[in-house]
Ligand binder design. Structure first.
Ligand code: GUN
Length: 287
């Protein structure tokens, strides 16, 4: 049987249509649209593409976007100053500093995340947001994992009691998605490059969430019949084609559901960022 395709593009379209309507309804009540500030440092091509997509979606749903691009050699003090000005701007509900920062600023990344006002942390990277996520409040939950969970829920895929195996231990995906699965009563195992017997874990998983940056990392012989595959990998083939970590063609007849790359997890990250910005706006206006 063919697997269910977890279509992130289609779901994003539906969620953004609903969000646009909610934003229109609240516009007259609060006399302003939600606002999202994006900050891009340097000229990394992939980061430029991601930030542009985020700003484009803002325009489409009625979120005001504030864009700032700094040159690669900006000082950390200048970046801090800009974040402070966004923190105190009442028309800004969400602040997003695109990661990674250029090499000379990478040591300050966690300080930058801590500096963003926690009630504007729509990326979910601030220690407060991480703590709230652990307690079960996912309002400021990290966007990629939130989008992966949402794809399961909107497609009525059960999570409660399922064996979930995560192959990623980053602050952006692996760590926050552990809490989101636990919040939904799954049994969670986190694997990484030091895991002794990865195949043992992969073979017994009901749901696999993977993001390792390796083409064809998950193949048919590594998975159980009927597994659900969430692929957060972003890789380019030698021909420049965008692919994930899952060998899509080989697993197709063995899994029960799968996210395509592109068109699976990626669009959902942006959809969740828009929803987080709206949630932040509603919280801030109701204070
Ligand atoms: N770099 C890769 N993913 C993300 C994300 O979700 N947010 C930010 N700010 N940077 C990223």
């Amino acid at each position: 049987m063919e697997p269910l395709i977890l279509d992130g593009r289609k779901l994003k379209e539906k969620l953004m249509a609903d969000l646009k309507q909610k934003i229109t309804e609240n516009l007259s009540k609060f006399n302003r649209p939600p606002g999202l500030a994006t900050v891009l440092v340097g000229n990394d091509k992939a980061s430029q593409v991601y930030v542009n997509m985020k700003n484009k979606t803002c325009d489409a749903v009625g979120i005001r976007s504030f864009k700032k691009i700094f040159p690669e050699n900006i000082s950390i003090e200048k970046l801090y100053k800009h974040i402070e000005s966004l923190n105190s701007d009442p028309t800004v509900d969400g602040i997003l500093v695109q990661m990674p920062l250029p090499k000379h600023l990478r040591q300050y990344e966690s300080k930058v995340m801590e500096m963003i006002a926690s009630d504007k942390d729509v990326d979910g990277f601030h220690p407060n947001s991480i703590g709230l996520n652990t307690f079960g409040d996912e309002t400021y939950g990290s966007c990629t994992p939130k989008g992966m969970i949402r794809l399961l829920e909107e497609n009525n895929i059960p999570i409660d009691g399922q064996e979930v195996v995560i192959v990623n231990r980053t602050n952006v995906i692996g760590k926050p998605i552990v809490m989101m699965f636990l919040n939904r009563s799954a049994t969670v195992t986190v694997c990484h490059s030091h895991t002794r017997d990865l195949d043992f874990h992969l073979k017994r998983a009901d749901i696999i969430a993977v993001g390792v940056g390796k083409i064809n990392f998950i193949t048919k012989d590594r998975i159980k019949e009927g597994v659900v595959l969430l692929d957060a990998g972003i890789n380019r083939t030698d021909d420049g084609i965008l692919v994930g970590d899952v060998d899509y063609d080989s697993v197709f007849s063995k899994c029960s559901a799968i996210t395509p790359v592109p068109g699976g997890v990626g669009p959902m990250t942006i959809a969740m960022l828009m929803e987080n910005t709206f949630l932040s706006y509603m919280r801030r206006e109701k204070k």
